[in-house]
Write a protein that binds this ligand. Structure first.
Ligand code: SF4
Length: 324
């Protein structure tokens, strides 16, 4: 029996290089070793999303990218959180065993209050309970996380432990599979690559659009003229070359420092490498996008398979809590 992995991601629409290098590549590689369940967490998105007009389009585009990158519905369960309503039922039941003080001390809750003071909603404080419900509903044993997400997973473990101690062994305590997600900076060279900040490069861009985006990137600010020597160690284009052009890295560093290569040429080199790396992805995506029911069918099948597990867990939970 393979161990079960669960991971969820917000419906952010078309995925960018940061999503790809940071999470999706890892999702794909886990598929052979684990029984994987990957979920687009649309209910979570509502805690901060006030305009839901683009939600369905975002889910569709995101799943197209996931499939084209190599997530395989024959190997993994791919679905949308709200398509399995048992998760909200479990969320309510788990909220009865979760002390409020545990939730109020979560650092991201405090950050969110600062970020969206106009929308400090009830869902925001209960977010970690819903996240726990996501994981334990499927009795997942392993959750791939970056170091910054460890406190969240620890809270999920505490909630599962508390339920088990009150009602008997029900949920495995999910373990963190610590993954070194590279921090991919955006085109501004300062902030993490993010759609919201508009500093991203989407995977599904055309070759020409990719070149245009890369040309907008900030490089070494000290290099004002073509003859100025550069400092690759502080340049984000150089960092990105490390992912897409690793064998030429030393050469690029030398040429940059001695001003033998200009930033425009260096960016063009990077854009060409990105385009070459993403060519198979883009071809697969075009094929999948031409099949109108492809995403809908994958998501319907995923929800059906996820619900089989979810219904069993909910029945067990309700029995143990004395509700049946
Ligand atoms: S030549 Fe390349 S590595 Fe050097 S500063 Fe310009 S873009 Fe950055």
């Amino acid at each position: 029996m393979k161990r079960r992995v669960f991971s969820g991601a917000r419906p952010t629409g078309r995925q960018h290089l940061g999503n790809y290098l940071g999470a999706i590549q890892n999702y794909v590689s886990l598929q052979d070793e684990y029984d994987c369940i990957y979920c687009i967490v649309d209910i979570h998105a509502l805690t901060s999303l006030e305009d839901t007009g683009g939600l369905q389009r975002n889910i569709h585009e995101m799943m197209l990218d996931w499939l084209a990158v190599g997530l395989d519905p024959r190997k993994s369960i791919l679905f949308v959180q709200s398509h399995v309503p048992e998760v909200t039922e479990l969320h309510t039941l788990l909220s009865m065993v979760t002390p409020l003080s545990w939730l109020l001390r979560v650092p991201t809750f405090k950050e969110k209050i600062k970020l969206q003071p106009q929308n400090v909603n009830y869902g925001l404080v209960g977010y970690p309970v819903l996240m726990t419900a996501d994981i334990v509903l499927y009795k997942a044993e392993v959750v791939p996380v970056g170091e910054d997400q460890i406190p969240h997973l620890e809270l999920a473990r505490e909630i599962a432990r508390r339920f088990n101690s009150l009602f008997g062994d029900t949920f495995p305590e999910p373990e963190a599979k610590l993954t070194s997600f590279p921090l991919v900076l955006g085109l501004d060279g300062k902030e993490k690559m993010s759609k919201q900040l508009g500093n991203d490069i989407e995977l599904a861009l055309s070759d020409e659009e990719t070149i245009a985006r890369v040309m907008e990137a900030v490089t070494d600010p000290a290099r004002r003229y073509r003859d100025d020597p550069g400092h690759p160690e502080i340049c984000n284009i150089f960092r990105l070359q490390g992912y897409f052009n690793p064998f030429q890295l030393d050469n690029i560093a030398d040429q940059c420092r001695s001003a033998k290569i200009g930033c425009v040429d260096c960016k063009m080199l990077l854009a060409q490498e990105i385009n070459a790396a993403l060519k198979p992805f883009r071809e697969r995506r075009a094929v999948l996008a031409a099949k109108p029911r492809c995403v809908t069918d994958v998501l319907a099948d995923g929800a059906q398979r996820a619900r089989v597990i979810a219904r069993k867990t909910i029945k067990e939970v309700k029995q143990k809590m004395g509700l049946i």
